[in-house]
Write a protein that binds this ligand. Structure first.
Ligand SMILES: Nc1ncnc2c1ncn2[C@@H]1O[C@H](COP(=O)(O)OP(=O)(O)OP(=O)(O)O)[C@@H](O)[C@H]1O
Ligand SMILES: [Mg+2]
Length: 431
């Protein structure tokens, strides 16, 4: 029996012994389809060369013998295309191991892909609050960050993208200030070109007393409406142009760009969905994040999830595009004598997670690329957020934010807030 995880190692094995003809080919694609079955796609020019056709067929036969259920019979297992781009059909590709001409194209059922990393947005910095597990204090930390930045006089735009379990908006806005619509409404209306007409009613300004301002785009409006039916459509691509449908992640980017144009925020804070989820993928990789805060609580589940992501980015050869934007945050750190030991363990596990990524580029090739475990400026070095009774099980975060003072926020969120100050310094002229 051969299973999915063995496909690439076995393929590396088979390609490890290439004929001269295969070696000289400009490209060959190993196409892994939606069901996890593999085909080879080769250049059309091979068809006019008897030796070439035979070499490809023999190669595929050896592959199929090893991949078993994960391959097609020889007569259906090879496709020919004019060029590599046509063969990819818009999907991204990555090199198989160290082979210079063998590419893998992975067709996924999900539209958003963790390995397509958008460049950092050139406008206001976008800070994404992400975690593998839920309930780790992510949204509360975002609210405290928004409040602090606004107190410094900044204009803060907050987006609640945790559409499947919305809550941040009600946390930062008093009930009377909730806007009529939310992100879900915009995503659904945009499908029928109706998005622009509701955009002015899809955000509200917090009445928390601050020198700056906090503008919130909630997941939903003051009236939920038929939320489940809307959510079932929110993630649709827009197919107005059938030849090039606009993915929902692109639509979302369009919404954020429009809001950015209107509101001219100094910084954008994004509450992502938790886990290795398609919406989270869009928040982390598609929106041009400047910084991705990876919330962690100590435990196997956290690190298994983050390990899967880091391994994926490394295997796809994109870790260098994203690594410098990542930062571990330790949520809900015990506020008693276990604190130091807890943080030490967390730091060790976070270092183990990042260690391999520090080696990707040789130390010194880019400054700050190689970090020791105890380096406090390293992305694995956890920014601790203390568990604090005053922030626990709040009925209304908005009520809480009205009552807090700066010292109280700093005593819990100080390291995160200092990090944000440093990360954003120089990003914005008004900073
Ligand atoms: N620093 C803190 N100290 C104590 N309790 C906290 C702290 N931060 C958040 N909490 C509490 O922990 C719970 C989860 O917080 P929060 O909703 O911010 O987490 P989350 O990671 O956004 O969760 P979800 O995945 O459900 O969106 C809430 O009851 C909140 O009041
Ligand atoms: Mg939350």
């Amino acid at each position: 029996m051969t299973t999915f995880d063995e496909i690439l190692p076995l393929a590396k094995d088979i390609f490890g012994n290439p004929t001269e003809y295969i070696k000289k080919l400009e490209w060959i694609i190993l196409n892994r389809d939606l069901n996890g079955r593999v085909r080879l796609i080769a250049p059309e020019s091979v068809l006019s060369n008897e030796e070439g056709r035979k070499a490809i067929e023999e190669l595929y036969q050896s592959l199929a013998d090893r991949l078993m259920s994960h391959a097609y019979p020889l007569e259906r297992g090879i496709l020919y295309e004019e060029d590599k781009e046509t063969a990819c059909q818009g999907a991204s590709s990555f090199l198989l191991g160290n082979f210079p001409n063998i590419w893998v194209v992975d067709r996924l059922a999900t539209e958003s892909r963790w390995e397509t990393i958008a460049e950092v947005s050139p406008n206001s910095p976008r800070i994404v609050y992400f975690s593998i597990k839920g309930g780790v204090g992510r949204s509360t930390a975002l609210a405290a960050s928004a409040w602090t930045l606004a107190r410094q006089g900044k204009k803060v735009l907050v987006l609640d993208l945790d559409l499947e379990s919305p809550g941040l908006s009600s946390a930062l806005l008093s009930p009377t200030r909730q806007p009529k619509y939310g992100i879900t409404d915009w995503l659904v209306e945009d499908l029928v070109d109706n998005g622009d007409s509701l955009i002015d009613d899809a955000y509200a300004t917090s009445d928390l007393p601050t020198a700056g301002s906090i503008h919130i785009v909630p997941a939903h409006g003051n009236n939920l409406g038929d939320y489940v039916a809307k959510l079932g459509r929110a993630w649709m691509p827009k197919t107005r142009h059938p030849s090039s449908p606009e993915t929902w992640a692109k639509r979302l980017n369009r919404l954020i760009n429009t809001l950015e144009d209107r509101l001219k925020p100094d910084v954008i804070l994004i509450d992502s969905r938790a886990g290795i989820d398609e919406v989270a993928a869009a928040c982390v990789t598609d929106l041009g994040a400047h910084t991705i805060l990876m919330f962690a609580i100590q435990g196997q589940q956290t690190w298994t999830g983050y390990r899967a992501l880091i391994d994926h980015w490394q295997q796809r050869g994109v870790i260098t595009d994203i690594r410098s934007r990542l930062q571990i945050v330790a949520g809900l750190v015990p506020d008693d004598d276990r604190r130091l030991e807890y943080l030490e363990l967390l730091r060790a596990d976070a270092h183990a997670l990042f260690e391999g990524t520090y080696d990707t580029v040789k130390p010194g090739a880019i400054s700050d690329w190689s970090f020791e475990e105890d380096d406090d400026t390293a992305p694995h070095s956890p920014l601790p957020i203390r568990w604090n009774r005053g922030w626990y099980g709040l009925l209304s975060l908005q009520q809480r934010m009205i009552q807090v003072d700066e010292n109280e926020v700093n005593s819990v969120y100080g390291p995160l807030l200092d990090f944000l100050d440093r990360a954003l310094l120089g990003e914005n002229q008004t900073w």
